[in-house]
Write a protein that binds this ligand. Structure first.
Ligand code: GLP
Length: 238
């Protein structure tokens, strides 16, 4: 794993945005895997800024988001559909039918997981996967104990994740208890992975990822087995 240490969150985000832009500009078709949460917001802001200044085109870009809560309507401000529209999709010229996010409102969730995974395959897999890191080592919503070979599936969120994400909701009770997430198997099949880690509260998790053993109880540890991972971490996190 290649580790880039930055002095602050802004620099981390700028480097991440530049890597993403480089891959978009140098390929005729690209499939991006996208993350949500607090960590990549500034990265998306830099992509939006670049679009205003340079009109980098997203016409040939396809995106798959890592996850979505079960039970939130797409226009709920806490849904990841809303998040992606707000932070990226409404700011660049990506055709809306080239953006995929799991549907957490469908009646047949199992079929949704299967279709989502098939769709990723139809686009020949993910070229560049952006990831954040949960304090408990989760990636996407793959909580500790998730089998490393699992693909898109339904998860029950752990108490620590519900509490961590309560900051975006009014109360802990309002945080959905379940989500659909790409699995660790899906993530590991990506050709390239970019993991962003920011802030003191991620320090322990990053340390475990860099120096601990590979263990299903710490999902991100599997990234040590991927041959093309870049971690960009700010000074507080590393
Ligand atoms: C969330 C998301 C992940 C995200 C992680 C870290 O629950 N499902 O995709 O990477 O947890 O979030 P944050 O960046 O807000 O710390």
């Amino acid at each position: 794993m290649k580790v880039i240490r930055t002095t602050n969150h802004q620099e981390m985000s700028k480097i991440a945005a530049n890597i993403i832009l480089d891959r978009i500009k140098s390929s005729s078709h690209i499939t991006l895997g996208l993350a949500t949460g607090g960590t990549p917001i500034q990265t998306y802001a830099y992509l939006a800024e670049d679009y205003l200044e340079n009109q980098t085109s997203y016409q040939h870009v396809v995106t798959f988001n890592l996850d979505e809560y079960i039970g939130l309507p797409k226009d709920d401000p806490n849904s990841y559909h809303y998040y992606m529209h707000q932070h990226l999709f409404s700011k660049v010229n990506i055709p809306r039918d080239q953006t995929f996010i799991p549907n957490g409102l469908t009646e047949d969730l199992a079929a949704e997981c299967e279709t989502y995974e098939q769709k990723i395959q139809q686009y020949n897999g993910i070229d560049l996967q952006l990831l954040g890191l949960g304090k408990n080592g989760h990636i996407g919503f793959n909580e500790p104990g998730t089998p490393f070979d699992q693909h898109t599936h339904i998860v029950s969120l752990t108490r620590s994740t519900i509490q961590a994400n309560a900051r975006f909701f009014g109360t802990v009770e309002e945080v959905p208890k379940q989500a659909i997430t790409m699995g660790i198997g899906s993530i590991m099949e990506s050709k390239e992975i970019l993991l962003l880690v920011s802030g003191k509260e991620k320090n322990q998790a990053l340390n475990k990822l860099l120096h601990g053993r590979i263990d299903e109880q710490f999902p991100a540890s599997i990234l040590n087995n991927h041959e093309n991972v870049t971690i960009i971490a700010d000074e507080d996190a590393i």
